[in-house]
Design a protein around this ligand. Sequence first.
Ligand code: AMP
Length: 288
Amino acid sequence: MILSQSLLSNMIIIKDIKNLKDYINQYKSENQSIGLVPTMGALHDGHGALIKSSKEHNQKTIVSIFINPKQFNNKEDLSTYPINKGNDYDYGIANNVDVIFEPDEIEIYPDNFKSTKNIFYNNILCDVHRPHHFNGVITIVSELLKIVSPNKIYFGLKDYQQFKIIEKLIEKEFSQIEIYGIEIVRDENGLAISSRNKLINQPNKELYKYFIKSINQFVLSLSPDTKIKDANQLVEKFLQENSYEIKKFEYNEFRSLEDLSLEGQIKNSRLFLAFYINTTRLIDNIKI
Ligand code: AMP
């Protein structure tokens, strides 16, 4: 079923795999390169940067919108996740997306569907605090890769651990596909744009803004040759000495860009952060 093809744009919205495959086969028969941008919708300029890159590299850009229940380890988080359907279609049209693929859960996960287990970059960062989350991520991305079989796929570096895990998945199982990691898009206050920012009220946004500004200043005060292990002690001390009214830090660690280890100097690392503002969990990472 093709839901719509606006008179003002060529963007098509497709719900089912069979129709999508018909389009993909047509694109492939015409030797058109396909870029895939997986999202959970509520599209914003962070997603927009991925779309822009895909448009630069490919003749066709497919944006998938699927709120993947398997990657939520908390029912409340899933039920409050922002949904923005009409606006998503407008955003796709304004950004010259070719196809929005927006399947129902049963299309993606028919009865007896077997999930994939993630074996990469386990037991660190988000994997410690969101058990099974990356099993859900790797499961949906594997399915999308099998369905769309794109030439290139785009992920944001905001979710850096996710990017590294998918990079490994692609290296091992989909080596014909190229993966691109796109730098974090921030708003005018320096906050990483996120669908979840909508859940934060104005006073808390001010706290958040102040926190990001001062953690950036702290990172800038360190020598790039500082060892990751030493920098992690310094960041711990810095956060203890400066109370930010940020509810809870899950982690605040420099880790190597290459393999997310604690080895090496911070010039080859990022500072990874996960924290709560009120009940909203946010992640970010600071580039050195
Ligand atoms: P989501 O819809 O939140 O699952 O995000 C879909 C993709 O967009 C993921 O690859 C994210 O890393 C990426 N993304 C989300 N926000 C940003 C941002 N502010 N900057 C860059 N990429 C982002």
